[in-house]
Design a protein around this ligand. Structure first.
Ligand code: PAF
Length: 303
């Protein structure tokens, strides 16, 4: 497959904010993009910011069967139920790219995808699905893409180039798990606290809350280090404070999930951290406490 041909046909599973953003930019870069949703609609009209609407084919088995690349942007807790039924419909060399908050959702199904190049992407682009017809690109960010299996190593450069042509900058990172731990560490600090306190990210900058975050950071860095990845306690704390400041006006994704009565990603964020902490016999009482409080909130919510 040469570079120009790579990913010519792209199907996106999960037309949320990031899925819709990538759908529009990849379409504008000349790719043939279709969507796969929970619904039964055969097309979906979407506009990026104030641009003219694009009509995407939707839920069409022929598009799925022809896809060179499947992008899975559903939430971590939806990955297994949304992805497993369509896996057998993909052609053998179709690449699969997952992107969601948290860790632990893909590892268990990775052996079932051994025929395919499998990747993970983490992005800091801001996107908001304003309504059914419009997605807003609310913040310029970057995308890091890494391989999850050997087959993906070979294709990594072409996939990153396809993203760079559509929505730059995109970078290849062969050590994608380090990038994912860096992200999950910040999410463990910001997401549960904002959801429990019903506040914007910026309100976590209060002195007493920063003391809690410092304790969270020392627990988190102990687990990440035990996992064999690099994480310095003081650096993590400094980075978390930077993200709190840079996103001060935002409501975190977990805050929004609790607010809208939806299941959260806690099992794949703090829950994953606790699971790895248990495997290394590391005490993480502050993270455990936040995890339990979020589980209680979720139980009170009527999904
Ligand atoms: O999940 C989120 O909301 C974001 O990853 C972050 C960085 C915490 C900002 O809100």
């Amino acid at each position: 497959m040469n570079t120009l041909e790579y990913g010519l046909n792209i199907c996106i599973l999960g037309a949320g904010a990031i899925g819709s953003l990538w759908a529009c930019y990849l379409n504008n870069a000349g790719r043939t993009v279709s969507l796969w949703t929970r619904g039964s609609e055969s097309s979906l009209s979407l506009s990026l910011d104030d641009q003219p609407a694009i009509l995407f084919p939707c839920n069409q088995e022929s598009q799925l069967a022809n896809a060179d690349l499947l992008i899975v942007t559903v939430k971590a807790w939806q990955v297994q139920s949304a992805f497993k039924p369509i896996l057998s419909q993909l052609k053998a060399d179709c690449s699969i790219l997952f992107s969601h908050n948290g860790m632990g959702a893909v590892e268990t199904i990775l052996p079932q995808m051994s025929e395919h190049p499998v990747f993970f992407a983490t992005t800091t682009h801001g996107a908001l699905r304003k309504n059914q017809q419009q997605v807003l690109h609310t913040g310029q960010g970057q995308t890091i893409i890494g391989p999850l299996n050997d087959k993906a190593e070979v294709e990594l450069g072409s996939l990153v180039q396809a993203f760079n042509l559509a929505l730059p900058p995109a970078h290849a990172d062969s050590n994608i798990y380090q990038a994912l731990w860096n992200k999950i560490a910040i999410n463990c600090c910001i997401n549960p606290l904002t959801a429990l306190r019903d506040c914007r990210n910026g309100e976590l900058a209060a002195k007493d809350t920063l003391e809690i975050i410092e304790t969270l950071c020392s627990e988190i860095s102990a687990v990440i280090t035990a996992e064999g990845f690099s994480c310095n306690n003081a650096e993590l704390f400094a980075r978390t404070k930077q993200v709190i400041e840079a996103t001060s006006k935002n409501f975190s994704s977990m805050h929004q999930d609790i607010h809208h009565n939806r299941p959260t990603e806690i099992n794949y964020i703090t829950g994953y951290l606790l699971e790895r902490a248990r495997a290394h016999n590391i005490d993480t009482p502050m993270n455990k406490n936040l995890f339990e409080q979020i589980k209680q909130k979720e139980a009170q919510n009527d999904h």
